[in-house]
Design a protein around this ligand. Structure first.
Ligand SMILES: [Zn+2]
Length: 419
């Protein structure tokens, strides 16, 4: 490989992924608008025309915003790489700090700052224009700013030491640095899973033990039936930021806990909450979570090994618009380039992740049908689609490419068959 052919390869993949994203989004929008005038027969008794049309408009608006972001992200990506942005940043910073660890950490910090600033208008627009317009925003502007400050400080406090450790390994651990880095990365991921529920999530939300006695005994009954031990059932004040409802698991081992958004508890009946929880427990009991984490670890090992090879290739830098420094270390630059361009090459694999995720969703639904009630889960799903303004009529191809969950109509068909 030489640098010109690598540039061509990169541009080719970028072009394919951008065209594909535009085409899929255009199909999705067309399909939803076509089906906007009537509620699908299967849902006609449960979802009003107004709610159906709100879901259509909300989905179309979000899809268009996604395209707008794509149109900005492509020039930014090319600006950083082929048009010399990273090269300029690197030379400028090296001129101030000189070569060494400080240069490398500063390069990363500057990159994070620039991309953070570029993303900010979209985050603001999405929350205070789109979510606001459809009645989902519950966030104040001051909370938005506080969240931003807190998450940036947290990212720096956790990210900087981790980055320092990785860069140190890259510089001094020899040819197998990528293997040691993988071990550090894996350990870090486990540590995060352990401390996230108890130390990080509470920085942003309040978690209170579930107080409703009848609901709690109902849930504890379900957990005993399927043999699931957990330290706690918590309600999170999700309504502080958004009207969207959800339930999730976090932590592992003794630290695992089940979290319900207050918005979900409000909207669903106890029997429906039990069915949703049975679905979540299904993911746990059927080892979906362990499988997903294992796959992630295998992929990260493969990617780090690939980076171990690319880091030594001059064409990898020059093909992306960067002159490798002869005297200073290129490790931070290699890492940055790799993180920037990897998604371009892996985009075509996204349907594989979506297929595997949808298979798990069907299995968890079947688990819920067996241990709770399929009818209650269907009722809960319909309410959640209604309340979250999720579309009932996605474009089939768009859905097959991206969606981690099967379309509502198909999911319900499977549930009806499973009861
Ligand atoms: Zn699920």
């Amino acid at each position: 490989m030489n640098s010109v052919s690598f540039s061509v390869f990169f541009i080719g993949f970028l072009l394919i992924s951008v065209c594909l994203q535009f085409w899929l989004s255009a199909r999705h929008i067309r399909h939803i608008l076509c089906k906007r005038d009537s509620v699908p027969a299967q849902f006609a008794k449960k979802i009003s025309l107004a709610a159906h049309q709100k879901a259509a408009d909300y989905t179309v608006t979000k899809t268009k915003l996604g395209l707008l972001m794509l149109m900005l992200n492509v020039p930014v990506l090319l600006g950083f790489t082929l048009f010399g942005g990273l090269q300029w940043l690197s030379v400028t910073i090296a001129g101030i700090t000189g070569p060494g660890m400080l240069y490398q950490l500063s390069l990363f910090a500057a990159f994070a700052l620039i991309t953070g600033v570029l993303d900010l208008p979209f985050a603001y627009y999405s929350q205070f224009v789109v979510e606001e317009k459809f009645g989902f925003n519950k966030m104040t502007r001051s909370l938005f700013v506080r969240d931003l400050i807190k998450s940036s400080l947290l990212g720096a406090a956790i990210g900087a030491p981790l980055l320092w450790l990785v860069l140190t390994l890259m510089a001094s651990a020899g040819d197998l640095w990528w293997l040691y880095t993988w071990l550090v990365w894996t350990g870090f991921q486990f540590l995060m899973m352990l401390i996230y529920p108890t130390f990080i999530a509470p920085l942003f939300n309040r978690f209170t033990p579930l107080e409703d006695d009848s609901l709690r005994s109902r849930i504890e009954g379900l957990m005993a039936r399927v043999g699931f031990a957990s330290k706690g059932l918590f309600v999170m004040d999700g309504s502080k930021r958004s009207a969207h409802g959800n339930a999730y698991f976090s932590g592992f081992g003794a630290a695992k806990r089940i979290v319900f958004f207050d918005t979900l508890i409000e909207k669903l009946s106890p029997a429906e909450i039990e069915a949703v929880l049975a679905h979540e427990l299904g993911h746990f009991k059927l080892r979906h979570i362990v499988k997903r984490i294992s796959v992630m670890f295998v992929f990260s090992l493969g990617f780090l090994a690939l980076l171990g090879y690319l880091k030594q290739q001059v064409w990898f830098y020059t093909g992306l618009g960067v002159d490798p420094l002869l005297l200073a270390q290129n490790d931070a630059m290699a890492l940055l380039l790799f993180m920037l361009v990897l998604p371009v090459f892996t985009f075509l694999l996204s349907p594989l992740a979506a297929i595997s995720s949808r298979k798990h969703e069907f299995e968890a639904d079947a688990f819920a049908a067996k241990h709770a009630s399929a009818q209650d889960l269907i009722a809960a799903l319909v309410k959640m689609y209604d309340d979250n303004a999720s579309t009932l009529t996605p474009d089939p191809l768009h859905s097959a490419f991206y969606d981690s969950h099967p379309p509502a109509a198909i999911r319900i068909q499977h549930l009806l068959a499973a009861q």
